[in-house]
Structures are given as C-alpha cells and as structure tokens.
Design a protein around this ligand. Structure first.
Ligand code: 1QQ
Length: 388
C-alpha cells in the first residue's frame, strides 16, 4: 500500500516539477511603470494624448510577450497639470506603487516640482513633453525625449523669417509658467542672434482669457509676426482675439502650440502659425505610418506630437530593459535601468532618437536630453503641414 503511494508520488513528480516551472514563468515579474500626466484641466490637451501614446505602446509590447518575458504594467495617475498634484502623484507611484520608474509629468512647471523627489529616491523620471531649459539639470535620474525649446525655436524663427520675409516681431508670453518663461528667454536670445527687432513685449498670467489690452499695444507697433511662448489654451484665445482686432499677422510658437486642440478653439484663425516639432504626421517612415494607423484604430482620432513622443519613450525604456537583468530588489533594478538608458538609440515615430548628456552642473554629470532634429510645421486649414 505504502509502496503504491510512493509509486504514485514518483509518477506525479515530473508533472509537479513542470507545474513549478510554469508557475515560475507565470510569475515572471510584472514591470510597473508609473505615468504622471495631466488628464484633467487645461493641460489635459497634452496629457490625454500622452496617456494614449503610452497605452498603445504598452499594449503592443505585451501582445508580443513583454520584455524578456516580463509583462509591462502601466500605472497612469492624473497630476492635473498642477505642481502640488505632480508631487503627490510622484510620491504615490514611487513609494506606494513601488514602480520601477516614472514617466512625466506633462508640464515643465510640474517637473521642476516633482523631479527632485525622483532624484532623491534614485528613480528615473522620464519627461516626454518637458521642453524648458534646466529640466535635466535637476539630477542624474532625469531623462527626456522631448526636444527642448532651445533646440526648436532657433530653427523655427529662421524658417519663419525666410517664409514670411519678417523684419520685426512682437512677443507675448506667460510669465508664471516654467515652460512659457523659458520659451520666452530662448525666443529673446534667438531674436537678438538673428537680428530681428522686437516692437513690443507683453506678458499674461496662467488662466487669463482676455488679452485685448496686450494685443492693442502689440497692434500699435505694427509687427510682421507675433511670437507666442504660450500653452495651447491661451495661445488659441490670443490668436482669436488678434483677428477680432483686425490683425492678420502670422504666429510663431514653440512646443506649446503643437496640439490639434489649438484649432478646436482657434479654427482657421490659426492658419499660418509656425511651430517647430520633432514630429510630423507627414513623415512617412514605416515606424511613423504604423504608429499613426495603430493610434487611429485604437482611439478613433489622429495622434499628435505628444502621443508620438510618449509612444517612442515607452520603446526607449523597452530597449533599456532588454539589457537589464531584473533581480526583484527594487533599488538595484531602478539603478540598473538608470544605467542602461543613456546608450539607447531607436528609430521611432518621431524618427531617429538618441540621448545626449545634459551640460554638467558644478562639474557633476546630471540627466540626459534628446538629440533630435526639429522639423518646422505650418498650420493650414486647421491642420499642421510640413513647411516646404
Ligand atoms: C513644457 C511643454 C508643454 C508644451 C508641455 C505639454 O513643452 O511644459 O515643457
């Protein structure tokens, strides 16, 4: 009797062992990736597209078996485009959810508040839409694939001057947001460098809806174009009110204007607006075509620059993860991902991408910026087309 039991036990042993192996395979770690994005409020114009880009890429990767057999788990949180909320969301993702890394937040303004938490905790904070100067100076764990205004605006201004034969411009900018202020500084330096006189410089505050006072002064200077370092919502209202005042000048903007939402408000009053971007819907590389088709199929809308950068960012991290042997010890794994990221190169929806080390701060190596060419787009009939 006993012998029989032993025999049965021995027979089932291989099955048991297979069971254990399978359990191990099924237990292959879930890789938790946090996403801090503005999903409500005015910055949701960017944040929702960002979340969609990440969701699409994550689903694609998981459908192909994940990374080294590990499934990616995206944990999106709404930081509302506000500094305090970005801090809260970073803390929740890092300390409570114990994510491997965090993508976001959406605005540079929020990144300046939240990224120090990631750097202090030695967790990668990867911005896909932060373009202000100084973002990657915050520490060695801050990365971005968004092309900074300092790289985009000189190219945009040069193209605008040539295209419209511009001799003098007026400038309007938001003076209480890190991105609009940084964009203003870059525009100012660029205009000086390219010897374009400025007729009038005007400022506004976040949430302003009436820009007539500033625009009336700008009108009096009779500029050939208006330079706008603005986020999409304010930019759209500024453009509309300019037309109400009978002004026909073209606008020149930065990354903030790169949302199709601009045209939902400004309609074709936004025509002839020029802006630089690493991404264009007209760039018909296989990677971009596949991205655009998959995005439309999944979300029923066209993607924008912000969706494309989020999509590419996920694939950048996937490339890094292929070279990381996850140990299950979170601190070690977070560090290993940090070490693997700088060498990543991909050819994505936004084209060829690589990192470049940000300028050192007090002799110390800090984070990594995007090394990518800017393309100049022009608005025509409520759409961005390549400026030829
Ligand atoms: C920044 C930006 C905005 C336009 C984000 C969407 O570039 O805040 O840096």
């Amino acid at each position: 009797m006993r012998f029989n039991m032993l025999k049965t036990a021995l027979k089932t042993l291989p099955a048991l062992m297979i069971g254990v192996t399978m359990a191990n395979a099924a237990l292959a770690a879930d890789v938790k990736l946090g996403l801090a994005a503005a999903l409500t409020g005015p910055a949701a114009k960017y944040g929702v597209a960002i979340k969609n880009g990440f969701t699409l890429a994550t689903d694609e990767v998981n459908a192909k078996g994940g990374v080294n057999g590990n499934k990616l788990v995206l944990i999106p949180e709404d930081e509302q485009g506000k500094k305090e909320e970005a801090i809260n969301v970073f803390k929740k993702l890092i300390f409570q959810d114990k994510v491997l890394m965090v993508f976001g937040p959406t605005l540079s303004n929020s990144a300046f508040a939240a990224d120090p938490i990631a750097n202090a905790s030695k967790v990668v904070a990867f911005g896909t839409s932060n373009t202000a100067d100084g973002i990657t100076a915050m520490g060695p764990f801050t990365f971005r694939n968004s092309v900074m205004e300092a790289d985009v605006l000189p190219v945009t201004v040069k193209a605008a001057v040539k295209h419209f034969g511009i001799k003098k411009v007026a400038v309007i900018y938001g003076n209480d947001d890190a991105f609009t202020k940084s964009g203003y500084d870059v525009f100012k330096a660029t205009l000086e460098q390219q010897k374009i006189p400025v007729t009038t410089t005007e400022a506004y505050a976040k949430g302003d809806v009436d820009f007539k006072a500033q625009l009336t002064k700008i009108k009096a200077g009779n500029p050939d174009a208006i330079v706008c370092s603005c986020l999409a919502e304010e930019a759209a209202n500024i453009i509309l009110q300019t037309r109400t005042l009978g002004m026909k000048q073209p606008f020149i903007g930065g990354n903030g204007l790169n949302s199709p939402k601009l045209f939902e408000i400004a309609k074709d009053a936004g025509d002839n607006t020029l802006m630089g971007s690493p991404w264009s819907a007209e760039n018909l590389t296989p990677a971009n075509k596949a991205f655009i088709a998959a995005y439309k199929a999944k979300f029923g809308t066209d993607p924008d620059q912000f969706a494309a950068q989020a999509y590419d960012a996920l694939y950048v991290v996937v490339e890094a993860l292929k070279n990381v042997k996850l140990s299950g010890a979170l601190d070690k794994d977070r560090d290993a991902l940090r070490a693997a990221l700088p060498a990543v190169k991909i050819d994505g929806a936004t084209g060829k991408f690589a990192f470049r080390p940000a300028p050192p701060v007090a002799g110390k190596q800090v984070g990594f910026d995007a090394q990518q060419e800017a393309i100049v787009n022009i608005a025509k009939g409520g759409k961005f087309v390549l400026l030829k």
